[in-house]
Design a binder for this molecule. Structure first.
Ligand SMILES: Cc1ncc(COP(=O)(O)O)c(C=O)c1O
Length: 375
């Protein structure tokens, strides 16, 4: 039987890195600083250099990063935060945990991003921040969002969990996503662009005061040991994760460029298939293709998913429901026809740096076979 094709192959990736990773891990074990050790500072500095941002602060995971960001800007119960209706759950979860009110805005139909033309009508005197989620590895019209936020004096927190390494081209210059708003947040969940061997996250900011606040909040509100000036949480990056991430960071751009070739191959193979819509790339940006998400027409998504599964091809549905369709968040129901409709048609195909172009061809041909055979 043919080898199954996974969405992402973490075991194969580990095998590739294994010879050098052993040394990296042993070094942490032998110096005994398991939390906030020298590896964390080293990694924060290296990532800051990669992103050309003044401050990077590691934390426990990407969800905590968003929560810490909202705490750092001083979100109070009753404050409103504008978020997309179609996104990963963390963004609504953290707003609610802090007593804020999530104001959901529909996405546009092209890039899966919050519809910037609908943001201004959602702003009220209570709006404290906008969180654009750079879904699937790129942003939408972030510059417009930042201009709106500046006009209304509200914060922009970029959820960059899926788009580390992605860029936006502004006045001909490439700028890293996650560094353009007041705070950027990311996740090092193992399947992310830069994935650890466990949970991890980070915040980025060019604002030193916010950086100071973020550092204190993520470490129990303390600046000096056992002096808790503000209420914080315990969310720190483990030294072991930092050492692994630091080692993997050197391969990030190479991996992203491999993913770009895979996406280009999918686009070449699937453009002729009129029964699906292939994802669009924002021409003003550099995509990281965290996901390659197609839209399947005529209600055939689940059938196609099963068809691919029976032929050894794993796929995922990111996401089966928009945020207000989730039971926990039905209170925040809004009119978001695109988000609600898209959940029934999206299907994410395997994409990772070790996926072979022949496998991409096989997946694409299998998709075309499905539509050619009576479906
Ligand atoms: C867009 C987005 N935001 C936030 C998160 C949360 O990150 P974590 O799983 O590290 O908490 C994720 C992770 O899946 C994500 O995809």
């Amino acid at each position: 039987m043919k080898k199954a094709i996974k969405m992402i192959d973490l075991t194969a990736e580990y095998q590739q890195l294994k010879p050098q990773l052993g040394q990296v891990i042993k070094k942490v074990w032998s110096n005994g600083h398991y939390i906030n050790g020298p590896e964390v500072t080293l990694f924060e500095n290296k990532l800051a250099e990669y992103l050309s941002v003044k401050n990077v602060i590691g934390c426990g995971n990407g969800t905590d990063a968003l929560q810490i960001a909202l705490m750092a800007i001083g979100l109070k119960p009753g404050d409103e935060v504008i978020i997309p209706a179609f996104a990963y759950v963390s963004v609504i979860e953290v707003v609610c945990l802090l007593g804020g009110i999530p104001v959901l805005v529909d996405i546009e139909d092209q890039y899966f991003q919050i519809d910037s033309s609908k943001i201004e009508e959602a702003i009220t005197p209570l709006t404290k921040a906008i969180i654009p989620v750079h879904l699937f590895g790129q942003s939408g019209d972030l510059q417009k969002i930042i201009a709106i936020a500046n006009k209304h004096q509200i914060f922009v927190i970029e959820d960059n969990a899926q788009a580390l390494g992605a860029k936006l081209i502004i006045d001909g210059k490439e700028k890293m996503l996650g560094t353009l708003g007041h705070i950027g947040c990311t996740s090092f969940f193992p399947t992310k662009n830069l994935g650890g061997f466990g949970d991890g996250g980070a915040l980025f900011t060019n604002d030193d005061e916010l950086a100071h606040q973020i550092r204190r909040i993520s470490n129990h509100g303390q600046q000096n040991k056992y002096e808790h000036d503000i209420i914080g949480i315990n969310s720190r990056l483990d030294s072991l994760q930092a050492a692994i991430l630091n080692f993997k960071l050197q391969y990030l751009d190479q991996n992203l460029s491999l993913k770009r070739s895979i996406a280009a191959k999918y686009i070449q193979e699937l453009s002729s298939c009129k029964k699906i819509r292939i994802p669009s790339k924002n021409p003003d940006g550099i995509h990281t293709w965290h996901q390659f998400t197609i839209k399947v027409k005529m209600g055939k998504r689940n059938e196609l998913k099963d068809f691919l599964k029976n032929r050894g091809i794993e796929t995922m549905i990111y996401y089966p429901k928009s945020l207000h369709q989730q039971k926990a968040y039905t209170n925040f129901r809004v009119f978001s026809p695109i988000s609600d409709r898209i959940c029934d048609s999206v299907l994410s195909l395997p994409i990772h740096s070790l996926l072979k172009l022949e496998e991409v061809s096989f997946i694409s041909h299998t998709i075309k076979d499905f539509f050619n055979a009576k479906h």
